[in-house]
Design a protein around this ligand. Structure first.
Ligand SMILES: [Zn+2]
Length: 470
């Protein structure tokens, strides 16, 4: 039987054949499409700086790995903030038939090329970098610590009198660095991050080289200061054990001059309570004798509150200006009454020599078993003067005394002048201190020209030399 295709194609069954082939082809197409569909893979190609590293299922895989890496780093290095840098990664998405994904191989390649970078905060003084620390908090902490050294206790001043009387509790107004201080965030190598202590020391000492000196014979604090061309203050500050400038041979002195890079300017207000001294008012009183006085009112010092604005640089006073003054209590003047009344003949209570250039020949005291009640003097000048103001109560001859004058000074004292050759006053006469009353002589019981002079106080004999300057 000739069973050719031509026959089939042309035979009576041809429609059946066509339909069978057609349905077969359709079946194969649909089946194939399902197979392909089932074997298509979604993936992300990973490129580092343009170089293809491989394919991952999702960029999230890389991100999670990086985050994990970051956590590990910060646990291992708490002093430094490290950043894991995998490089510039790009991803390209694709969907391909039976494509390969290998997350761990991509991560492995990234791990090998991982860069560790530190982040830090650089402290700059007037634009000049001083050091880099871990973070802003650390930098701020160093600056605050330096500032706080020059910040007195922040206390609010109580304005009551009792509080203000307590001396100077300063109140800080401002507290600033004189230099421009900036903090700049930087990325750097981990080894460039320094400790806060190192940066603080740099800021405070300016990297000064330590200088020590051994005290030698003949040294003194100011001599050493001069020798090294430094201030004595530096020596006292660095060597606080020195007391009263006392240094011994062989002792070690620290002469390091710090050059702080930062200066703290503090402006404070301080309130002081100051005494206002009282004044004294003198009132003349003509009912009181001249030379006497009497306190009428004691008076009282006043009180004022003065507010000063005090400027300090690194704790050293540079300016102090009074900015406010309040009177708390006005002073009360002391009042003194002074007598002006002059009474002629009233003694002052102090005595002058009754002769010029007196030469003592016999003193007051026991003489030949008897009291010599006065002082004997001689002088080439024979003028006799009253020793104080007074009133003549006797002027004449007296047994043993010869020509004699007695003067009552009307203050309890009486004086006596004896052996005069001449009396020049009369009984009852008012006499001034230093006024001539007679002439020296040798009348009465006398062996030569001299003055016998007596002082009585309330009727009792006194040694005249007690009252006369020698
Ligand atoms: Zn005598």
């Amino acid at each position: 039987m000739n069973f050719s295709l031509g026959y089939l194609a042309t035979g009576r069954f041809r429609w059946v054949v066509y339909a069978t082939i057609f349905s077969l082809v359709i079946t194969i197409i649909f089946w194939g499409q399902g197979y392909v569909k089932d074997h298509m893979v979604e993936r992300y190609l990973v490129y580092k700086n343009g170089e293809k590293l491989g394919a991952v299922s999702n960029p999230e895989v890389i991100n999670i790995w990086l985050e994990q890496k970051q956590k590990e780093l910060s646990t291992k290095n708490p002093q430094v903030i490290l950043v894991a840098d995998a490089g510039g990664l790009t991803y390209s998405y694709e969907k391909a038939f039976r494509a390969k994904i290998d997350n761990s191989s991509v991560i492995h390649r990234l791990e090998n090329g991982l860069l560790l970078k530190a982040t830090g905060v650089e402290i700059q003084i007037d634009g000049k970098p001083v050091g880099t620390v871990k973070d802003t908090d650390t930098a701020q902490g160093i600056l605050d610590q330096i500032k706080s050294k020059y910040t007195p206790e922040r206390k609010v001043l109580a304005l009551s009198l009792n509080e203000s009387q307590k001396a100077g509790k300063p109140m800080v107004e401002t507290n600033d660095f004189l230099q421009k201080v900036s903090m700049v965030k930087v990325n750097t190598n981990p080894e460039n991050i320094t400790t806060p202590e190192k940066v603080a020391s740099m800021l405070e000492s300016g990297n000064a080289q330590p200088v020590t000196y051994t005290v030698q014979a003949g040294d003194c604090v100011s001599c050493i200061a001069k020798k090294f061309n430094i201030s004595s203050d530096v020596i006292y500050q660095n060597n606080s054990w020195i007391e009263n400038d006392f240094i011994k041979i062989g002792e070690q002195l620290d002469l390091t001059v710090l050059q702080p890079m930062l200066s703290v300017k503090t402006v404070e207000t301080r309130t002081d309570a100051l005494e206002i001294p009282l004044g004294v008012i003198y009132e003349k009183d003509d009912a009181m004798r001249a030379g006497t006085s009497e306190i009428v009112a004691e008076g009282k010092n006043g009180l004022k509150k003065v507010v000063y604005r005090v400027t300090k640089i690194n704790g050293r006073l540079v300016e102090e200006v009074p900015i406010d003054e309040t009177l708390v209590e006005a002073p009360i003047d002391k009042i003194v009454k002074q007598g002006t009344k002059v009474v002629k003949g009233n003694g002052t209570g102090s005595f002058a020599w009754p002769i010029y250039g007196a030469k003592l020949t016999s003193e007051f005291g026991k003489r030949w078993g008897k009291l010599h009640a006065g002082t004997d003097t001689v002088s080439s000048n024979r003028t006799i003067m009253s020793a104080d103001h007074g009133k003549v109560i006797f002027a004449g001859e007296k047994s043993g005394y010869g020509n004699c004058i007695m003067i009552d000074h009307q203050n309890g004292y009486t004086t006596l002048y004896a052996h005069l050759s001449k009396i020049e006053v009369t009984d009852g006469q008012l006499i001034e201190k230093g006024e001539k009353i007679g002439v020296m002589g040798s009348t009465g019981d006398s062996t030569g020209v001299h003055l016998h002079f007596e002082i009585q106080k309330d009727g009792q004999q006194e040694n005249p030399l007690k009252y006369l300057s020698k």
